[in-house]
Ligand binder design. Structure first.
Ligand SMILES: NC(=O)c1ccc[n+]([C@@H]2O[C@H](COP(=O)([O-])OP(=O)(O)OC[C@H]3O[C@@H](n4cnc5c(N)ncnc54)[C@H](O)[C@@H]3O)[C@@H](O)[C@H]2O)c1
Length: 323
């Protein structure tokens, strides 16, 4: 797809995945409008879009008039969300207000202002819960382990309903753990890898909780590629896809890689899951993403070693901007 000159609306555009996507679209000549409320201790960071030419609107998707932002858009990439699992447990009403109710606001605004726009919705593997069979394909039963899983599932389903009832081209991508430059590293709110990277760059030990859980991490450039292909490929429209990444690795293996790539004095200790996290933990996960690969031609290009190495190097010179 030629993005040059196209108007594109990205919600959550100052966050981790949203900003990387905005930068890619802008570099391909798109006129990008990013909406972000800088909320919930998420990944939003003004540095993410600095000097990019992306128009950043600071506003809350629950309140702002979304119609002018949708106006003329040929694509809407919908990434704004309350993403914290513990945050959703603590305040499920705020969580559902963004992840489900505001989705309906956006659907209605887009119906009026951008009736033909393709929508790619950022969904999550979280609501499969503790999975019964690995790898996980899209037929796996949904059993959200927490309030955030319920609200994210509801939001996705409203978008698929819009496809079925009104014919809107919608693609929902159920993402696994993503990582790379612009990840929130201040704390562990956006994957364990964020705080691990901060710790090694500050020459401090980090903690691994559990250790045997498997994860199929996706490097952010591969996530961006998945979003762009989903929008550009008519065969994907109207579909829900799991998106995986690198071959599954245990948390211990990932920690060993971080230590190796960061170099001395990086080290870690293993401890049991804190009780309140253990109650909502999903155990091991890795995706069967063959449906998306077949439909779009996508495959992840960045290996774990390469991706973690690139991420650590990226933050070395920018640490202060992300703490
Ligand atoms: N990063 C991952 O590993 C991962 C995994 C699965 C799904 N996802 C999904 O991908 C999307 C992007 O996640 P991310 O990792 O980039 O997180 P992020 O926190 O960096 O990005 C989400 C952005 O949404 C913004 N936002 C939240 N509430 C808002 C509101 N009311 N109005 C306007 N903006 C608001 C936040 O400020 C933030 O910048 C989310 O929908 C998330 O559920 C991410």
């Amino acid at each position: 797809m030629n993005w040059s000159g196209q108007r594109v609306f990205v919600t959550g555009g100052a966050g981790f995945l949203g900003a990387n996507l905005c930068l890619a679209l802008a570099s391909q000549g798109a006129r990008v409008i990013a909406l972000d409320g800088f909320l919930f201790g998420g990944g939003a960071n003004a540095k993410n879009l600095e000097g990019s030419g992306v128009e950043l609107i600071r506003g809350d998707i629950r309140e702002i008039d979304l119609r002018p932002l949708c106006e003329g858009a040929s694509a809407i990439f919908n990434l704004a969300a309350q993403t914290s699992h513990m945050g959703g447990q603590a305040d499920p009403l705020a969580d559902i207000a963004v992840n489900a109710v505001a989705q309906v606001r956006l659907i209605q605004a887009a119906r009026e202002a951008a009736p033909a726009a393709v929508v790619v919705h950022a969904s999550t593997r979280q609501f499969y819960g503790r999975v019964v069979k690995l790898p996980v394909d899209e037929t796996q039963p949904v059993a959200p382990p927490d309030a955030n899983g319920v609200s994210k599932f509801a939001g996705e389903q409203y978008w698929m309903l819009e496809h079925r009832v009104h014919g809107r081209p919608v693609v929902s991508l159920r993402l696994t753990n993503c990582y790379g430059p612009r990840l929130r590293i201040r704390d562990a709110r956006q994957t364990f890898l964020g705080i691990w990277i901060r710790s090694v760059l500050e020459n401090k030990p980090f903690e691994v909780w559990g250790g045997e859980q498997l994860r199929d991490m996706t490097y952010v450039d591969d996530v961006t590629d998945a979003f762009l292909r989903a929008a550009a490929t008519p065969a994907c429209h109207g579909q829900i896809f799991n998106i995986g990444g690198a071959p599954p690795a245990s948390l211990r293996e990932l920690a060993d890689l971080v230590v190796k790539l960061a170099g001395p004095p990086a080290h870690y200790s293993v401890r049991e899951f804190p009780a309140e996290r253990a109650r909502i933990d999903i155990g091991s996960y890795h995706a069967d993403d063959s449906a998306f690969r077949a439909a779009s031609g996508w495959s992840p290009n960045v290996s774990l070693e390469d991706g973690i190495g690139r991420t650590i190097e990226w933050y070395r010179s920018r640490l202060a901007d992300y703490l």
